[in-house]
Design a protein around this ligand. Structure first.
Ligand code: COA
Length: 378
């Protein structure tokens, strides 16, 4: 007997009660623990935001200082992890490298003491601290270079850019990267967060939780859209080609990358923030034609699709910003993961607080009473 209607993708079905983030897709509101994303982007930094998401309240000055210091002092990865990563094929996708490395981290910390706040804090610190190091290390090693050691003088985002590019970043670039991390840190019950909660509900370790969420984020329907935005802008190639490109997509009923959102029916508030950051970045480091193409796309797509609630989403501008920061396209999703670790860990902790293992049901549509045919007779 089917007790309730089956919804593909569980669309609209609550999978948890949560106090972590809130989205109003009609009004274009996103809040982390009740605080508007615009306020956090303007005044907070990524580690403070991560603390807010995970522990539910903004830290005091002392708490923040201690937390930042703990994360800073745990940024190095073990030589054995580095050696393992060195043996990964350089042609492999960095998301796969990250998933394997996050899972491998759990091998070194196999004790599970899930109700001990000290264990929880250690795991949070270790994962937040080392995920960026692992992303940067894979990037350098696949180019045949040795990874760069974390720089203790630099803040979280600046240190990440430093490890990635082997030089100290411009302060504006570092601030913009930090805001990008804030904007991607959490977004209610998306696929990777659901995956994190399902994994958490089995009471496995947090490294497995993050590894499973990284695997889920890697697919093109979730984390990969900003890579596709860049490919699309490159394909369009010039401002003059924008209108014909959009028209041809609409004729073919093809989706225009970076536009539309399952929840937001107005402009994604994160896209508005990112657009301003992109303007600052391009003003300081020079315009490029892809930014001009993007601006023209926003105008043309609004003309054609605003009546359907289709506006730019967070992925439309994030790819442009990362590209301008000199980041290779296939690192865009790993950067999303660096940020989203904060949200996943918040959901891990929340899941443990009132845990019940996920065990949904199914609608069986197979056959019954089929006789086994011996292999010789098939
Ligand atoms: N380009 C052109 N048309 C779009 C569109 C886009 N990016 N997104 C939605 N539409 C149109 C649909 O064709 C549909 O039109 P119809 O009613 O005439 O059939 C209508 O808007 C509703 O779209 P629907 O597919 O039902 O929306 P959704 O909520 O299921 O999809 C997305 C949301 C995000 C999957 C979708 O907008 C999309 O694929 N966007 C591009 C990929 C992307 O940027 N993903 C990142 C999301 S953060």
């Amino acid at each position: 007997m089917v007790l309730c209607e089956y919804k593909p993708g569980l669309e609209g079905i609550p999978a948890a009660e949560s106090g972590i983030s809130f989205v109003d897709g009609q009004k274009g509101i996103l809040e982390y623990r009740g605080i508007r994303i615009e306020e956090l982007a303007q005044h907070s930094n990524f580690l403070e935001t991560a603390y807010l998401l995970i522990w539910g309240e903004l830290p005091t000055q002392d708490e923040l200082k201690a937390f930042e210091q703990e994360v800073r002092s745990h940024r190095r990865i073990k030589y054995r992890i580095r050696d393992m990563m060195k043996s990964f094929p350089e042609s492999g996708h960095p998301m796969d490298a990250l998933q394997a490395s996050a899972a491998a981290l759990g091998l070194f910390y196999s004790r599970r003491d899930l109700h001990n706040p000290v264990y929880i804090r250690d795991a949070v610190v270790r994962l937040l601290a080392t995920i960026p190091t692992m992303v940067a290390a894979f990037q350098l090693m696949r180019k045949g270079n040795d990874p760069v050691k974390p720089n203790d003088d630099l803040d979280y985002a600046a240190n990440f850019l430093y490890m990635l590019t082997e030089k100290e970043p411009d302060p504006l670039a570092a601030r913009i990267m930090d805001v990008c991390l804030i904007l991607h840190a959490e977004h209610t019950m998306n696929a990777s967060t659901f995956s994190a909660r399902v994994t958490a509900s089995t009471l496995t370790d947090p490294y497995a939780v993050v590894a499973s969420a990284v695997g889920t984020l890697g697919g093109p329907l979730h984390g990969g859209a900003n890579e596709e935005v860049i490919q699309m802008l490159e394909e369009i190639g010039s401002v003059a080609n924008v209108r014909p490109y959009v028209d041809s997509c609409l004729e073919r009923k093809a989706k225009i990358m970076g536009f539309g959102h399952r929840v937001y029916k107005v402009k994604d508030p994160r896209a508005t923030i990112l657009q301003k950051l992109a303007e600052e970045l391009f003003a300081k480091f020079g315009q490029d034609k892809y930014y001009d193409i993007a601006q023209e796309m926003e105008v043309v797509v609004a003309e054609k699709l605003a009546h359907k609630g289709i506006y730019p989403n967070v992925d439309f501008y994030s790819g442009l910003v990362y590209r301008k920061l000199g980041i290779p396209t296939d690192l865009f999703t790993p950067i999303f993961a660096i940020a989203r670790v904060a949200g996943w860990l918040a959901h891990w902790k929340e899941q443990l607080e009132e845990n019940r293992i996920f065990r949904p049901t199914q609608v069986y549509k197979g056959v019954h009473d089929v006789s086994y045919i011996p292999v010789a007779k098939r």
